[in-house]
Design a protein around this ligand. Structure first.
Ligand code: GLN
Ligand code: ZN
Length: 761
């Protein structure tokens, strides 16, 4: 057989989020460990059979996880941090979940983003003298479980180099060489056990191969893979890379003793030529041609042309047809969408549909186009419909984007001139106090929202309720003496979805769930067409809030980059064009807010940093359009309108010039957990505009004391100008409860007042 259909990983959560529900029921004691394990096994079985029935030959196992596959790998190699009191026996489910989520006695391990996706993994922790041992046979157990069902799978394990590099050392420096020499025996055992159990292929994922790697890391690969190759004996290794091109690592990788190499041709199609000419005869290529990270139907003609070129250049050689990466970044099954019209549905492919695409392409290579004529025709019909649909392509929007000129990306006056106007107009004290936007999304708020959605209450009843929450929020903020107020965002379920539901060019799904971390799933909106705004989206709520007070109320918008980052984005246009379309729609909203008398407008960009490309050399281009998109939203206003932005992370070191280039009058950032240390970079840069370093951590219900907040403020004053500093929490308060929010904000205002009066003296 010329071509083999392969998959790299299938969503674990289940089409109805069965896994989430079972795990959460286990956590609350509703079901037993045994019942949870039964549900997990049923899901694995269902997904293996589904892949087999959709024509996949290389079906992954051990892609399943009860929480996260990096955590599973840490458990496999016995890297359980000492605080969990593990004694070296098999890791119990309660220890496993304690590592994932913490308990009342012990903190959880850290979560962080998996490369540039919205999936979060558990960061392995290594301590001085870290040793490893085989502590879980999960890969072998799941391989055998599938085999017992008559399905020969291709077990997947996260490779040792990636695993170590994704971890962090908690005490002192970390030596890759030493850690590898300690961890490799465990990997060798797992691989030889898998081979012994009958695995013919083993997939080893080394996604770090698509990052900028040091020579030390590059040099580690040959020995590691020589050892793993020996351990595999007659089983073959498929080394999987994804999310970017191999770049400089290509020639090294082509010399590794592995029998197949998987590459991402969706993210990095440009690597195909070099690859086809470098790959040795002993290595089979796995071509990741189906987008594992997006929901669009593949243009099979284009994909097939690419595959056939590979076939021509590598005559007689076997190739694998695969998704670009694991399908865990896609929703499970489009068939669950029964409210979507047929035309739109025809443009999409979720994980299950992607399996069909893989098997159609494989069949076309093996048996000729004729054998899949119907499927190819259907595909090209759908692709044509998407290419031509007037619902997608709006010439007026495109020409508006084309007519954006530099003057639209600049405020009328420089910051110093604006500042004077804003301060006299807003009559702000030194160290002005504010919050980031959202107030607690209480059970009542969620119940009312659900009732409105199910039409158990009328739209009018819902609006009356929201107005009540807004007026209570305003009254509370006035009472405690905040300077710039917010309306509380209770009308928003989610900061991206809220805008997605109102903008043209967006659609939402009923069941398009994707795992974000652990049992948390998100349902990203889909940007399918040119984006525009039909009418104001936030003005009524903000104006209502403003009508209740003489203090300024901030208008609250989600910025274009964040909307883009947290949505499924169309793949037929560069991301920056879509960012500009979003920016123009938001620019109109800003203009409407200003016209309605709103003097302070905040444009949140918490995802600006996470949009950074994986490789440094791609950063400048990204930062340029991301900054311009923000400026396009924010620059049309009068000088006396104050523009805020918010970013909730604390690492600005390598992007500080882009942050300054945003030219927001005020930026609020997360700072409390780093004790204001991150302000150093703003000070060194001589950041000219205003900054609100978060003075307390909103991730915990703990109420910060007045002294603690004051001390944060003194730390900030030590490095910044007093005229630059705002006082606010680290982020929005939607996940908190009112009792702690009331106390915390009161303390925050008290601290600001006391530091302010000390300043005056
Ligand atoms: N304005 C948003 C809020 O307060 C910001 C959320 C965020 O930064 N993620 O909830
Ligand atoms: Zn935030």
């Amino acid at each position: 057989m010329m071509a083999i259909s392969a998959n790299l990983g299938f969503p674990r959560i289940g089409v109805k989020r069965e896994l989430k529900h079972a795990i959460e029921q286990y956590w609350t004691g509703i079901i037993s460990e045994q019942e949870l394990k039964r549900t997990a096994a049923e899901l694995r079985q269902k997904h293996w059979k589904l892949q087999r029935d959709h024509g996949i030959l290389h079906i992954p196992s051990n892609d399943f996880s009860l929480y996260d596959h990096v955590l599973d790998t840490a458990v496999m190699v016995g890297a359980v941090p000492p605080r969990y009191g593990w004694q070296g026996e098999t890791v119990s489910l309660s220890t496993y979940f304690a590592m994932a989520r913490g308990t009342s006695d012990v903190t959880a391990m850290e979560l962080t983003k998996w490369f540039d996706t919205n999936y979060h993994y558990i960061v392995p922790e290594f301590h001085a003298g870290q040793t490893f041992c085989l502590a879980s046979a999960k890969p072998i157990d799941e391989f055998k479980e599938a085999l017992a069902l008559g399905i020969l799978t291709r077990p997947v394990i996260l490779g040792p180099v990636s695993f170590l590099m994704l971890g962090k050392s908690v005490d002192g420096p970390f030596s890759l060489g030493q850690s590898l020499s300690r961890i490799l025996p465990v990997y060798e055992s797992v691989i030889s056990l898998l081979a012994g159990a009958g695995a013919e292929w083993i997939q080893i994922d080394e996604p770090v191969l698509t990052l900028d790697l040091s020579q030390e890391v590059m040099d580690a690969f040959p020995d590691v893979y020589a050892r793993l190759h020996r351990a595999a004996a007659s089983a073959r290794i498929c080394l999987a890379t994804y999310f970017n091109s191999l770049g400089d690592a290509l020639s090294m990788v082509c010399r590794l003793p592995v029998q197949a190499l998987h590459v991402d041709l969706v993210r990095a199609p440009e690597q195909i030529d070099q690859l086809l000419h470098s790959v040795p005869e002993t290595m089979c290529l796995s071509l990741g041609i189906i987008d594992g990270r997006n929901i669009w139907r593949t243009d099979l003609d284009i994909a097939l042309a690419m595959l056939e070129r590979a076939k021509d250049i590598l005559p007689g050689r076997q190739i694998m047809v695969a998704p670009s990466c694991s399908l865990i970044h896609c929703p499970v099954d489009l068939a669950e969408e029964n409210k979507m019209d047929d035309e739109t549905k025809g443009w999409l492919a979720f994980a299950t549909q992607k399996l069909d695409e893989i098997s159609v392409l494989t069949k076309a290579l093996n048996d000729g186009h004729e054998a899949v004529k119907e499927a190819l025709l259907e595909s090209s019909r759908r692709v044509q419909s998407r290419r031509q649909s007037p619902r997608i392509h709006q010439p007026a929007i495109q020409s508006r984007v084309a007519s954006v000129d530099d003057s639209m990306l600049r405020r009328k006056s420089a910051y110093s001139a604006r500042r004077e106007l804003q301060y006299s107009f807003l009559r702000l004290p030194a160290l002005p106090t504010t919050t980031i936007g959202s107030f607690p999304q209480t059970a009542e708020v969620r119940t009312m929202r659900a009732a409105a959605r199910k039409r158990e209450i009328t739209g009018e009843q819902y609006r009356v309720f929201l107005k009540k929450t807004i007026s209570e929020a305003i009254r509370f903020q006035e009472e405690i003496g905040l300077d710039v107020l917010v309306h509380g965002e209770t009308e928003r379920n989610d900061m991206v979805e809220y805008f997605g539901e109102q903008l043209n060019g967006f659609m939402s799904t009923q069941n398009g769930w994707v795992q974000s971390y652990g049992t948390r799933c998100v349902k990203p909106p889909i940007i399918f067409g040119d984006v525009s705004r039909s009418s104001a989206m936030t003005v009524d709520w903000i104006s209502y809030a403003q009508s209740l007070t003489n203090k300024p109320v901030k208008g609250m918008l989600t910025g274009p980059v964040t909307i883009l980052q947290w949505s499924f984005v169309r793949d037929d246009k560069p991301r920056q064009d879509i960012a500009f379309q979003l920016a123009l729609a938001l620019r109109d909203e800003v203009e409407d807010l200003e016209a309605a008398g709103i003097k302070v407008i905040q444009i949140d960009e918490p995802a600006l940093r996470e949009g950074l490309p994986l490789r440094r050399k791609q950063w400048p281009a990204y930062l340029e359009w991301a900054v311009n998109a923000f400026k396009l939203v924010s620059s049309g206003v009068r000088d006396d309108t104050q523009i805020h932005t918010h970013m909730c992370y604390s690492n600005f070191n390598d992007i500080i010039d882009s942050i300054a280039a945003l030219d927001a009058d005020v930026i609020s950032i997360e700072a409390s957990r780093s004790n204001m240390e991150l302000l150093q970079v703003f000070a060194q840069f001589q950041y000219p505009n205003e900054i609100g370093p978060g003075v307390y951590d909103i991730h915990s219900p703990r109420v910060p004391s007045v002294e603690e907040i004051s001390s944060h403020l003194h730390n900030a004053l030590a490095v910044l100008n007093s005229g630059q500093i705002w006082v606010n929490p680290d982020c929005g308060l939607k996940t908190r409860g009112w009792p702690e929010v009331r106390k915390s904000l009161k303390n925050m205002v008290a601290a600001a007042r006391s530091v302010r009066s000390a300043l005056l003296k």
